[in-house]
Design a protein around this ligand. Structure first.
Ligand code: DAH
Length: 338
């Protein structure tokens, strides 16, 4: 019995060392330690060993099992290490990594979100309207007569149906007032379209942000305070803001807003950033006719409106000299915002 155990043990160790992959090693384990394995079978012979030898033979069996198990484990680790090494062959972990290009928000998205955030803090909520509009919402209700140049075929994209691509987001003013009663305090960011000659400052699609506040006792000082605060939040608390009298059909009085800024190294100068004014009573009258009620009674409600070009704000903020950069998706340009 002792010789048998010694023979099984040396045979087992030789087999384990000879195993060249995990599958043959597992076969060896089953052949030695499995239910019908050589050592298991030998151990079953214990019952025939004379009583006085039992302790010694038992110990031999145990130590043989321990040694074989340890050899199996060691071989398994060695085989796994070798497999890992092989998998890494040809890979140089000391080479510099290929960095992923970090993503970034588009400058237009950034300026739009910033503008929204400032105005939401002042109580404005988001509103929207269709980009394919009708003449009523884009022009008529906004007190813009049929002979106004903005309605010219050369300036506006018309569909055969008579609909058009909205030339400004001011149409959302009308849609909002049709759907809700005062007070309303909304902003509407979105695309607008014009048949402009494309150059460094004009595109046929651009982005605006419209604002409207209607209630009782909404006054010109409210308009001034709101927009001064807005532009100082956007461009810095020291920014000078001025209101220059202007004309828009849908507001009376109307103003253009300039801010005094220095764009990248240039001397500070006044830059036009928005149009605004007190809502013309004719606009309320048109809304009432459309609603078929008098919810916007021009004797009871007043309001102010404003509209600004987001592309322009982005160009000012980052000193971008050509508006086309905002739509060309040139990675060299966009990378600067990452
Ligand atoms: N709709 C004007 C434009 O596209 C901008 C504007 C001016 C909007 C004055 C307004 C406003 O709401 O009151 O040029």
């Amino acid at each position: 019995m002792k010789d048998l155990i010694a023979a099984i043990q040396s045979d087992a160790l030789a087999r384990i060392v000879a195993a060249t992959d995990e599958r043959t090693l597992e076969e060896a384990r089953v052949a030695i330690l499995g239910k019908k394995g050589s050592l298991t079978t030998a151990a079953a012979g214990m019952k025939d060993v004379p009583k006085e030898d039992k302790a010694e033979v038992g110990q031999l069996l145990n130590s043989a099992r321990q040694e074989i198990t340890a050899a199996l484990d060691a071989r398994k680790t060695a085989l796994q290490d070798a497999a890992d090494q092989a998998a890494l062959a040809g890979i140089d972990p000391t080479l510099p990594a290929r960095f992923l290009q970090p993503g970034a928000l588009h400058p237009l998205t950034m300026i739009r979100d910033e503008a929204i955030l400032i105005l939401r803090r002042m109580g404005f909520s988001l509103a929207e309207g269709p980009e394919i509009e009708d003449e009523f919402h884009c022009f008529d209700a906004l007190n813009t007569p049929a002979d106004h140049p903005a309605r010219n075929e050369k300036d506006t994209f018309y569909f055969d149906s008579g609909k058009l691509l909205r030339t400004h987001t001011s149409s959302v003013q009308i849609r909002t007032m049709e759907q809700s009663t005062p007070p309303v305090r909304i902003i509407a960011p979105g695309s607008a379209y014009r048949r402009d000659e494309i150059d460094a400052t004009h595109l046929s699609v651009f982005n605006q942000l419209e604002g409207l506040y209607v209630g009782t006792d909404v006054s010109l000082p409210d308009l001034k305070g709101t927009l001064e605060h807005f532009f100082r939040e956007l461009f810095g608390s020291g920014t000078a803001v001025r209101f220059r009298p202007h004309f828009f059909p849908f507001t009376e009085p109307s103003f253009e807003i300039d801010v005094k800024l220095e764009i990248k190294g240039q001397a500070p100068r006044w830059i036009e950033v928005a149009g605004c004014g007190m809502v013309d009573p004719a606009v309320f009258a048109a809304v009432n006719r459309s609603r078929k009620d008098n919810a916007y009674d021009p004797d009871l409600v007043t309001g102010f409106a404003f509209g600004m070009g987001l592309d322009r704000l982005a160009m000012i903020r980052w000193g971008i000299r050509d508006i086309r950069l905002l739509i060309e998706n040139d990675a060299r340009f966009l990378k600067q915002f990452a």
